[in-house]
Ligand binder design. Sequence first.
Ligand code: HEM
Length: 570
Amino acid sequence: MKIDRSTIIKDIIGKHPETFAVFKKHRLVLAGGVRGPNEPLAFFCKAHGVDFDAIVKELEEVIAEGPKEGTLLPPLVEDTIYTRYVKTALVLSLTVGCTFGAGLLSYIALKFDYSVPPVAYVQAHAHAQLFGWIGLFIMGFAYYIVPRVKNVDLHGRGLTYLSFWTMLVGVALRTVLQTLPNPSLGFLLPLSGVLQLSGAGIFSYVIFRTTRASQEPRELFDKFFLAGLTWFVFASGLNLFIDGHLYRYSTLEIPSSLQQNLNQLFLFGFVFMFIFAVNLRTVYAFLDVLPPRATAANVAFWLLNACLLLYFVEYLHSWLVYPLAAAVFLFVYGVRVFERPTKELSDVSMDRSYEKTIRAAYLWLIIGMLVRLAVPSLGDYSPIGHIFHGASNHALTVGFITMMMIGYASKMVPTFRGVNLYSLRLSELTFVFLNLGIFLRVFGQILIPYNAGIFYPVVGASGWVEVSALSFFAYNIWMTMNLKEELVKEKEMKKIEKITKETIVYDIVEQYPDTLKVFVDFGFKQLENPVARKTMAKMVSVEMACQLKSIDQEKLLKALNACLLGKQTT
Ligand code: HEM
């Protein structure tokens, strides 16, 4: 097999399963269905700091030797831990999240007044989006990504189901209780807060223990993950305090200072830290730029966390936006998002559709922070201050965070699965509609004070443009998560008349099921597992199987052909 910079890892392992051990050694492939990612070799070498020529030499040596006793082979079962989180987050966002938000926005536009929707409804929307859309999405992805970047197994996999259900039931309870006022059920509010805090606590424990178990050297992104976990638990604790407040005072409206604190800790503490951590680890390869500037990223880290700690001092709020913005701009400089590509990967043919999404997300981050810098001079609690704050909030939550989630999911879910994205067309439509919707919302909203007649309808329509974009994305990524990985082109299975050393194990058992007993008698116990037969056995010939298990090939061929003959004669 000729290996060059664009050779797809999945094809190398598909043809030569014995190469799996080489990739594992270079922390390359614990992703991509059961045969490794649908990624060019040169891309992975850049992403994992591996010398291309050195690994090609290693691969060619292993292929020349062929599989031998105890050769490490790809895992048999695909890790799909993220799918239930991502699918549930999408359903929540397209129901009580963005769609409900778009409804609120149309009502605001209809009434030419931001204060018309019941505050409890706006806060229920925000809650469903913060903990439901973003919270569940990040939890699912982190359970998949963190063990892989730390090259260690996930600690406490069983607990991940508990964190899923406690978070989901907590969010659902709170959203329903805050939108369908029924004072007699008020006592369930603190319960929803306890459930969400448990979900966040279990998630943080599992991720923390997983990173602690890793033998990998500590890297720049590690402390961002750790800080993110801490703020997630903090924000969930504050959320429980808020639920207690709503229950104690039998109200469904959260005092705006408490809501602002929660938004701030959740967005800048938990979400930004996790996004920045993953960006530090991957953006330089995804965008083919130089590795991040460590000093700039470190200063941004400490400045951002210092601002969040000081945010508990109410009267510092309007002043803190300046160091906060400085920390964010410093991080953008550190991660080199807008810098010229190194062209290291310019010769490699690969899907790069996610690049513009990652850059657009950072553009909205800068715009969101610039609009936020204008708020103190306009007056934090003044009507125009509220409008600018809402516009900045939207640029950050939809423009940066949601756009980044879409960019990464469109890149990584196909990688996780070892398949191609279901539709590049839908990915383009998502990109255009989402940027158009955010542009209309953010710039339409800050221009309302200057011409309400024109810009309220523009803002009112923007929500539905964004919901369309999210629907395109949801359908595209859902179909990609459900795509069946074509392990080996289902080439027309020729009728086997005689089994030779080149014959593929899967074809033999498929055409002559009685041969399964022969294989098992010769020691291929794992073939009793139908997943193994549908995955591994499709890649292995009789010769490779015998080499892997040091089994007498002639003896096995004789027994198999005898079984065949028996079949053919009956
Ligand atoms: C299609 C997308 C969305 C639409 C149409 C939408 C609509 C709205 C509306 C109409 C408001 C109240 C406006 C105001 O009073 O300023 C609002 C507030 C808010 N939204 Fe969204 N939203 C969307 C997406 C998101 C996302 C993805 C998040 C992510 C976390 C989010 C979080 C929030 C928050 C935190 C608030 C402020 C709540 C407060 O502080 O009271 N929204 N949104």
